[in-house]
Design a protein around this ligand. Structure first.
Ligand code: ZN
Length: 575
C-alpha cells in the first residue's frame, strides 16, 4: 500500500511540475462541483462568436448596431430556452423582455469617412480607422475642401483670428477645440490629436481613441480624431505650408428609442431575491464591451442548459442585463424600489475578453471600497485608468469582495491564468449598484494598450479569457443563488482564512513602516480600520440567510471573537 501510495504521489509531483500544478490544483470542496459543472458547460467559442458579431458595429444607444446586438443575444437566449416574458407561463423559469424607451437625444452612427491633404494624399479612412469621426459629427455632404488652421495645443486659441468656414486643428481634445473654435468663432469643424501614454501611440501608430463632440444641430459640425501617424502627416504638411485639406464624412443622426434586454432565470424559492449581472452594449470596441455582451450571453445560455438538465436549481433569481452603460443598470435599481430592496449582489462584466499577450495588462476584479482604497499599499495598486484615495465613510464592507477574488484566484490556479484585483475606481456598471447600497464588483482588464481605440478589435479577444471570466462569474452566481446548506460554512471558512492572511500582511507593512520611522497613530488607525472592516464584513454574511441557522450563528460568533483577539494582538505588536 505504502509503496504504491509513494509511487502515485511521485507521479502527481512530476505532473505538477510539468503543468506548474495547474491540473493538480485542489478547489475548495464547496466550489469544486460548481466549477466542474460550469467549466464543462460554458461554450467559450459560442461566447467568442457573439463578440465577433457585436464588435462589427459602432454601437451607440438607439443606433442600428446597438439594436442588432441586442436582437442577436435574444436569438441566442431563445435557442437556449428563454421565453418572452409576456408569453411565459408561471412555470417558465427562463424569461426575457426587451424594454423600449424613447431617447431624449438623437442617436448617431458613422457610415464612411475620408480625410485627405490638399494634394489628395489620404491620411485617414473610416474603413481602417473605425474611430476617426468624433461621435455626434454631422456629414459633410460629399468631399469638401477647407483651409486648416493649426493651433498647437489649443490652450491660447487666438480668438481674434477669423476662423469662419475653416477647420481648426490642434493637439488637444476635440471637445475643447469645438467649444472654442466652432461654438465661438464659426469654424466648420475641428481636428484633434490627444492620446494617453498608456496607449503607446508611438508604437500603435494607427490607434485612435474614440470620443465625441457636443451635440449641436445648429452648427451641424464635425470632429476628426487623428492617430499618431496621421498627426505626423498633417503636421508635416502644415509645416510645408500646405494648409488645405479635403474632408468627406457621412454619418446618420436620427430620433430613436433605447432598447434594454432583461433576461432572468427565476428563482424557485425566493424569486424576489436577485443576483444581477450587467454588460453594457454601447461603444465600438471588441473588448470594450462586445466581450461583456458575449460572455454574459453565454453565462445565461449555460445557466439555461444546466437548469434544463436538472443540474441546478437556484432558489434566487439570476438577472442578465444588457443595455446602455450605467443608465440601464441605474434605472433597473431605481425604477422599482421594492425590487431594488431584494437585489443582493451586482456584477459588471466590462472588458472581459482580453488576449493579454497582445493587449498587455491582466484580468482584474475591482473591489468595493475597502481599507485598501484608503491606504493603497502592499498588494493594493490602482490601474492606469486611475483612482483616488477614499475615506472611511465610503467603505463598503461586504464578503462579496473576497468571495469573488477567491473563486477567481482558484480558477486562475487551475487554468494557469493571472488573476489580480484593484482598489475601487468606478467607471462601469458596478457603480449604480454601490450607489444603491447594493454589493457590486467589476470584472475587467487593464492596462489594455488598445483601450477605447480602433485597435480594440476581434483579433485582441481570446476565447480562453472569455471562458475563464464567464465560468467564474456563473460559478459565483450559482453558489449564492442556489443557497445550498454548506454555503454559510464555506463563506465563514473562506473569510476567516482571508482576513487572517490580510491582517498578517498589513501588520508586516505597519511594522516595516514603524521600523522606518513611520507614524504609530497612523499605523494603529490602519490596522484597526482593517480589523473593524472585517468585523463588519463578517456581519454581512447573515444576508445569505444560511440554512444552517444556529450552527451558522454560533460559528459566526466564534469567528468574530477570534477576530477581536487577532486585533488586540496585532495592536499590541505595534507597542
Ligand atoms: Zn466598458
Amino acid at each position: 500500500m505504502i509503496l504504491r501510495k509513494a509511487f502515485v504521489t511521485l507521479l502527481v509531483c512530476f505532473a505538477a511540475l510539468g503543468t506548474r500544478t495547474a491540473h493538480a490544483y485542489q478547489f475548495p470542496e464547496f466550489v469544486e462541483p460548481y466549477f466542474d459543472m460550469v467549466d464543462e458547460t460554458f461554450d467559450k467559442e459560442s461566447a467568442f462568436n457573439t463578440v465577433a458579431f457585436v464588435e462589427k458595429y459602432w454601437r451607440v444607444v438607439g443606433n442600428e448596431g446597438f439594436d442588432k446586438s441586442i436582437y442577436h443575444v435574444v436569438e441566442k437566449l431563445k435557442s437556449a430556452g428563454f421565453v418572452e416574458e409576456s408569453a411565459a407561463g408561471s412555470s417558465d423559469r427562463l424569461v426575457y423582455r426587451i424594454e423600449k424607451r424613447p431617447l431624449k437625444n438623437p442617436t448617431w452612427e458613422p457610415v464612411s469617412g475620408i480625410l485627405k491633404l490638399g494634394s489628395g494624399d489620404e491620411i485617414l479612412n473610416f474603413e481602417t480607422n473605425f474611430n476617426m469621426m468624433a461621435m455626434h459629427s454631422y456629414s459633410t455632404g460629399g468631399e469638401k475642401e477647407f483651409e486648416v488652421v493649426y493651433v498647437g495645443e489649443g490652450r491660447n486659441l487666438d480668438l481674434n483670428q477669423d476662423l469662419t468656414g475653416k477647420v481648426v486643428y490642434g493637439e488637444t481634445s476635440v471637445n475643447l477645440l469645438f467649444n472654442e473654435a466652432v461654438k465661438k468663432k464659426g469654424a466648420v469643424g475641428v481636428i484633434g490629436y490627444r492620446l494617453p501614454g498608456y496607449l503607446k501611440p508611438d508604437k500603435n501608430v494607427n490607434s485612435i481613441q474614440f470620443t465625441g463632440i457636443p451635440r449641436d444641430d445648429k452648427k451641424k459640425s464635425f470632429g476628426i480624431l487623428l492617430s499618431h501617424q496621421a498627426n505626423k502627416k498633417l503636421k508635416a504638411a502644415i509645416e510645408r505650408g500646405e494648409n488645405k485639406i479635403r474632408v468627406n464624412l457621412e454619418t446618420k443622426i436620427w430620433e430613436s428609442e433605447e432598447l434594454t434586454l432583461v433576461a432572468e432565470l427565476r428563482g424557485s424559492k425566493n424569486p424576489e431575491e436577485r443576483f444581477v449581472f450587467s454588460a453594457h452594449v454601447q461603444e465600438p470596441g471588441a473588448n470594450d464591451n462586445a466581450s461583456g455582451v458575449g460572455a454574459l450571453a453565454e453565462v445565461a445560455a449555460s445557466s439555461a442548459r444546466l437548469l434544463k438538465a436538472g443540474k441546478i436549481n437556484p432558489e434566487r433569481t439570476i438577472t442578465y442585463l444588457f443595455g446602455d452603460e450605467i443608465v440601464s443598470t441605474r434605472r433597473f435599481i431605481q425604477e422599482d424600489k421594492e425590487r431594488a430592496k431584494n437585489i443582493k449582489w451586482g456584477m459588471s462584466l466590462d472588458m472581459v475578453g482580453e488576449n493579454t499577450s497582445l493587449t498587455g495588462g491582466t484580468f482584474l476584479i475591482e473591489k468595493m471600497p475597502d481599507p485598501g482604497s484608503i491606504w493603497v499599499r502592499g498588494v493594493e495598486k490602482h490601474s492606469e485608468w486611475g483612482g483616488r484615495p477614499l475615506t472611511k465613510k465610503q467603505l463598503k464592507p461586504h464578503y462579496f469582495n473576497d468571495l469573488t477574488i477567491n473563486v477567481f484566484q482558484a480558477i486562475g490556479k487551475k487554468k494557469n491564468w493571472t488573476v489580480k484585483f484593484n482598489p475601487y475606481e468606478g467607471g462601469s456598471d458596478h457603480v449604480p449598484f454601490l450607489r444603491g447600497n447594493i454589493p457590486g464588483v467589476l470584472l475587467w482588464h487593464f492596462t489594455d494598450q488598445f483601450y477605447h481605440t480602433d485597435g480594440d478589435r476581434i483579433d485582441k479577444v481570446s476565447a480562453e479569457t472569455l471562458g475563464n471570466v464567464g465560468t467564474g462569474a456563473l460559478v459565483i452566481a450559482l453558489m449564492l443563488t442556489e443557497n445550498k446548506e454548506e454555503l454559510g460554512d464555506y463563506l465563514l471558512d473562506d473569510l476567516n482564512s482571508t482576513l487572517n492572511a490580510r491582517l498578517a500582511d498589513e501588520l508586516k507593512l505597519s511594522e516595516a513602516s514603524l521600523a522606518n520611522g513611520g507614524d504609530k497613530t497612523k499605523e494603529v488607525d490602519i490596522l484597526s480600520t482593517w480589523a473593524d472592516y472585517y468585523m463588519d464584513v463578517l456581519e454581512t454574511t447573515s444576508d445569505i440567510v444560511p440554512k444552517s441557522g444556529d450552527k451558522f450563528s454560533k460559528k459566526l460568533e466564534i469567528t468574530k471573537k477570534q477576530l477581536e483577539v487577532v486585533k488586540a494582538r496585532m495592536l499590541k505588536k505595534l507597542d
